[in-house]
Design a protein around this ligand. Structure first.
Ligand SMILES: O=C(O)c1cccc(C(=O)CC[C@H]2O[C@@H](n3cnc4c(=O)[nH]cnc43)[C@H](O)[C@@H]2O)c1
Length: 220
């Protein structure tokens, strides 16, 4: 099983790496912040591996994220059962319309159900929708609007949908695992608990190898 783990920034990559004795059993990619950088970096890595005759079997988008309260407390883990881009569409007089309703593209990817079930069981992660946003939510009004449009949302981050689009283009399954560093809502940078979230990410990755190594794509 060849696995690519894509994080946005080096500290997230280091948190994943520190779960393992060197070398890590997975390839770790610092893919950049935001869905466009994440998609470009992930697609490049997937193409490079495929051309070398060593394609990946699974891609994991991992890092810190904002948690919707009270369902996803700081320091907890959220595993996506659906990865949804929240702001790809058009603003209209009747509100936001996703691109799919305009007749284009996609706004959602679903990780394999059996793998989500097993990874959640071993890590204790809550499962739900993880939103991908281009702008970190910074107000109660925006948080409430996202919850209204996505009642199953537990967390938001900035890369999952980009990673998932690249994986889908290669026919490779995807997971998104987020450790909650801050509440989704009014911006209060002093309240972010990045250290706790990175520690939770390390702990979670330490539990993944037996599950990922025994999972086969035909279990999807
Ligand atoms: O200041 C730091 O040490 C630091 C370390 C890692 C990441 C950051 C960022 O601020 C970059 C944003 C990064 O984190 C994800 N993230 C975290 N919370 C949220 C959120 O509430 N809404 C959206 N994204 C969030 C995101 O995926 C970015 O990659 C700072």
């Amino acid at each position: 099983m060849r696995i690519l783990v894509a994080t946005a920034v080096p500290v997230e990559r280091d948190a994943v790496a520190s779960a393992f004795a060197q070398p890590a059993p997975y390839d770790l990619l610092v893919a950049g912040v935001g869905p466009a950088a994440a998609a470009a970096s992930t697609a490049t890595a997937l193409t490079t591996a495929a051309l070398a005759g060593t394609p990946y079997d699974l891609v994991v988008s991992a890092g810190i994220g904002g948690g919707f309260q009270p369902e996803a407390p700081l320091g907890s883990l959220v595993l996506a059962d659906e990865i949804v881009v929240a702001d790809l569409g058009a603003e209209t007089a009747d509100g936001f319309v996703p691109v799919t309703e305009l007749g284009f593209g996609s706004v959602s990817h679903r990780p394999p159900k059996s793998l989500v079930r097993e990874v959640a069981a071993v890590t204790g992660a809550r499962t739900g929708t993880v939103l991908t946003v281009n702008t970190v939510t910074g107000s109660a009004g925006r948080a409430a609007e996202l919850r209204r449009r996505h009642p199953g949302a537990l967390a938001e981050a900035m890369e999952g949908f980009g990673v998932a689009e690249a994986a889908a283009a290669h026919g490779v399954p995807v997971l998104e695992l987020r450790a909650v560093s801050n509440p989704v809502g009014p911006r209060d940078r002093a309240a972010w608990r990045i250290g706790d979230a990175l520690a939770a990410l390390t702990e979670a990755f330490g539990k993944l190898p037996p599950v990922l190594e025994s999972w086969y794509p035909h279990d999807r």
